[in-house]
Design a protein around this ligand. Structure first.
Ligand code: NAP
Length: 264
């Protein structure tokens, strides 16, 4: 098995990375940062987002495993003290492969377009001014938005930024995207639904900034890009998915309960 470890960089995560290499070498696994079969993320959910963006060109053939150095996470099945068990299972068991949907965003500019993949969400914000944009669903005007921003999240990202905005938590087996508003202004000209909407895979959403030169922040998970030449953004559920290697069951609703409902 060829593997790579991405860690958060703190003392504990670095020590666990060292331990992982020692155990992996004893089992004959080979480190390979260029072409791994499996990406081990050691840190938090934020570390897994970084690992995803580093290896999202290999999504057709790579799987991910998360080790959380805090509490258990949404993308991490294993805790720090369980690292030896994880490596033993990687050596002896065939994992279950679980695939989660991603959001694809195509940003259209006068001289071309860029495509981004988000594991949690895509966020659009105005820079230095409120965002003014029309939102179209399946090529029909849906609403005129004016406010701080718009968040388009994946099902697995629905427990992140989307949840802070009052969006629904969506099970990752439902191929969909969710559009949530950040502080919309509502009056006679700018009127928004107010609640988040969930689109199925065969629908698409276009966001068209009112002013062609508006300075915008395009935030893909933790990566922020500023542009002032965006003509439109198309958001869809991607045909690509992220694949997690599960070496033991950890159901999504248990993750939600442990993160938000169980007292620590
Ligand atoms: P960060 O601001 O350092 O951390 C964001 C927090 O969200 C961390 O506690 C992280 O968990 C947690 N998280 C990440 N993905 C999650 C998920 N799918 N479900 C539940 N919690 C999740 O930023 P970061 O670590 O670079 O992560 C970027 C993410 O921050 C974005 O994708 C966005 O979802 C989130 N964010 C949230 C808000 C908000 O809720 N108001 C605002 C901006 C951004 P760990 O501690 O395990 O890493």
């Amino acid at each position: 098995m060829k593997y790579v470890v991405i860690d958060r960089g703190d003392d504990l995560s670095r020590r666990l990375t060292g331990r992982f290499h020692t155990l992996a070498s004893a089992h004959g696994f080979a480190p390979d940062a260029e072409s791994p079969d499996i990406v081990i993320s050691i840190g938090g959910d934020g570390t897994l987002l970084q690992a995803f963006h580093r290896y999202n060109h290999l999504l057709d053939r790579v799987s991910f495993v998360g080790v959380h150095t805090g509490h258990l996470g949404f993308y991490a099945d294993w805790q720090a003290h369980e690292l030896d068990d994880l490596v033993a299972k990687m050596a002896s068991d065939k994992p279950q492969y679980v695939r989660y949907p991603l959001v694809e965003v195509v940003a259209n500019r006068p001289d071309g377009s860029e495509r981004y993949l988000a594991l949690n969400e895509f966020t659009l914000k105005g820079v230095g001014s409120t965002l003014v944009a029309s939102i179209h669903i399946n090529d029909e005007l849906f609403e005129m938005f004016r406010g701080d921003g718009i968040v388009v999240s994946t099902p697995s990202g629905s427990t992140a930024y989307n949840k802070s905005l009052g969006g629904a938590v969506i099970h990752p087996s439902i191929e969909s995207l969710q559009i949530a508003e950040i502080a919309s202004i509502n009056n006679r000209v700018y009127r928004t639904l107010g609640s988040s909407v969930v689109l199925p895979k065969h629908h698409h959403c276009d966001i068209i900034p009112e002013k062609e030169s508006q300075r915008l922040a395009l935030v893909v998970d933790h990566i922020s890009i500023e542009r002032s030449d965006i003509r439109s953004l198309r958001c869809t559920v991607s045909d690509k998915k992220i694949c997690f290697a599960r070496y033991r069951p950890f159901p999504f609703w248990r993750r939600v309960r442990e993160a938000f409902l169980t007292e620590s």
